[in-house]
Design a binder for this molecule. Structure first.
Ligand SMILES: [Zn+2]
Ligand SMILES: [Zn+2]
Length: 339
């Protein structure tokens, strides 16, 4: 099968022919129809995260926003059939036995395996997955539209669910990329009044079309001043990986509000404790999501209530697209497609 393979950190992926994966009894073989490109893929390819260096398989097929169709199944698989449309998320497998799995937070499983990091991912014609963790895609969703929900979509969905944002509350979203443009729509569906913040006018125009009431360019507007003039926000979700976005977001949160950390800058972020105390600000982080979160966000998209804006490219464009993503030139989500 054709695959884009990482042989060395910071090097271009190599398009090559590799053997199809062989199935264990509890696994399914998926013919990949679409695989989204996520900012995390860049960090994995570049070896940016020290915690990941020792767990990254090498050589590796990256990609963790996978949508496709089952073409073969192991002898123990009962819950899925050949022909079913399924996807594979960032979290490839969880143990089901640790305290986090028992508490309904399997996204924090101590023994989790990560797709496109610890096992081969979806930048290939076929991928295998444990049947227990492959999640069905609603009929109404194309593979290209579904793929980004397996990381970007589920991540912002869980984050906003955890922050318990409710109708009529003010939500600011910092960074209108793959995650941010979905956050605008999910926030809108939850009834929040949305402010979108970015430095690219094109991304702000997209946010406006998707229902953001207030679109602010951080390069030319004092965002904190503008949002504080309206009383501050109940929740500031940072989906940008820019550290400056965290500083601004903190300044926009109203008393008792929440700063919701989803974007991951390489540097540490710092907040003054005196201001945290004075406003009883909560700093909350969120990590991808569980299979239950994933089913909920897929259902929302299946009903047409949210839609991921995607640009499709053939697998052969993978290195080109990685470079464009590195330079922040991507609006919405880029998805690799297989004819
Ligand atoms: Zn991702
Ligand atoms: Zn576990």
């Amino acid at each position: 099968m054709k695959a884009a393979v990482l042989h060395e950190f910071k090097k271009a992926l190599v398009l090559e022919d590799v053997p199809r994966p062989l199935l264990e009894a509890n696994e399914v073989l998926i013919q990949v129809e679409a695989c989204g490109l996520c900012h995390s893929d860049l960090h994995v390819v570049d070896g940016d995260w020290p915690q990941f260096l020792s767990i990254t398989k090498m050589p590796l097929i990256p990609g963790h926003e996978i949508a496709g169709r089952i073409v073969e199944k192991g002898s123990d698989v009962r819950e899925l059939q050949v022909g079913d449309r399924v996807g594979v998320p960032w979290i490839y497998w969880t143990c089901g036995e640790c305290e986090f799995c028992h508490e309904g937070n399997e996204n924090l499983c101590a023994r989790q395996k990560i797709t496109g990091v610890m096992v081969d991912g979806g930048f290939a014609e076929f991928v295998k997955a444990p049947a227990s963790h492959a999640v069905k895609i609603p009929d109404a969703l194309s593979a290209v539209e579904a793929a980004p929900l397996f990381c970007a979509g589920v991540t912002v969905y869980r984050a906003l669910k955890q922050a318990r944002i409710s109708a009529g509350q003010r939500l600011a979203i910092f960074g209108i990329g793959g995650l941010g443009h979905l956050a605008v729509q999910i926030g809108r569906e939850l009834g929040a009044e949305i402010a979108a913040i970015d430095v690219a006018d094109e991304k702000l125009r997209l946010a406006e079309r998707l229902g953001a009431a207030n679109c602010l360019n951080a390069a030319s507007t004092n965002v904190a001043k503008a949002l504080r003039a309206k009383g501050g926000v109940h929740v500031a979700l940072v989906s940008s990986a820019a550290r400056a976005a965290y500083d601004t977001a903190f300044a926009c949160v109203r008393a008792t509000g929440t700063l919701l950390a989803v974007g991951l800058p390489a540097e540490n972020v710092c907040f003054p404790p005196i201001l945290m105390a004075a406003k009883e600000v909560r700093i909350q982080a969120s990590a991808v999501g569980t299979r239950a979160d994933l089913r909920e966000v897929l259902a929302l998209a299946g009903e047409g209530r949210i839609r991921c804006h995607v640009t499709a490219h053939p697998l052969s464009d993978v290195n080109l697209v990685i470079d464009r993503l590195r330079q922040g030139q991507v609006s919405g989500r880029v998805v690799l497609c297989f004819a």
